[in-house]
Write a protein that binds this ligand. Sequence first.
Ligand code: PGA
Length: 264
Amino acid sequence: MSKNKILIAGNWKMNKTSAEAKALVSEIVAVCGSTTSVDVAVCPPFTALSAAAESLKGTNVLLGAQNVYVKESGAYTGEISASMLKEVGCSCVILGHSERRQYFGESDAFINEKTKVAQAAGLLPIVCVGETLSEREAGKMMEVVTTQTVGALAGVTDAANLVIAYEPVWAIGTGKTATPAMAQEVHAAIRALLVKQFGEAGSKVRILYGGSMNPANASELLDEKDIDGGLIGGAALKSATFLDLVKIACSKERGGHKCCCSCQ
Ligand code: PGA
């Protein structure tokens, strides 16, 4: 069975001012703005979305946010709604990142609500799951990932507008990557859950790997059957490394042949 189209998404976290975002996006689109071989997305902080959107105009690179609130409008100080994200040009949104779970107490139920709200608004949710080191060492990896995945997707019926990102917490920003086999083991388990919930459509849901993915380890990871792309943190903050990742993904999609855009 052929693999799903690769998605390379940059999670910028709390980095880049509007001016810096404009510069980084300009460098990215100058090289891979017209690529159709792979899907490419950048997810700047809220304050830089507008500037990034400006530089992305007329290109194929998607704009994403890093969070959304579940209400449409009202007295929710500090929050941002799905329609606000749509208006500024977002087409996707990262949900349930481990940093949101860890520092902001986000639960599976809350992430589930956000997933439904994002889909209803026409935003593609990139739902993050992943175990901590202590959970892995306690042999609870599959249990944790299963609970998070099933919890985030409870009642979700739209498999066509859904992306999952498996991000082992111990690999995020640490330079420690899951080996391709370790990642594939979990991706396969997530795939089985998706197929159980959505039937055949579950095999079409992209499952990204995230956690210290970089140009040195991406090729092997992307060769795995159920790894359909990457959610990239540190390596997305510089155009050179991010573009190297896009280039690796492009050449996978094109069977090792030259890319359709000017990334090679
Ligand atoms: P990293 O972050 O690539 O810096 O490990 C990935 C993420 O947290 O999405």
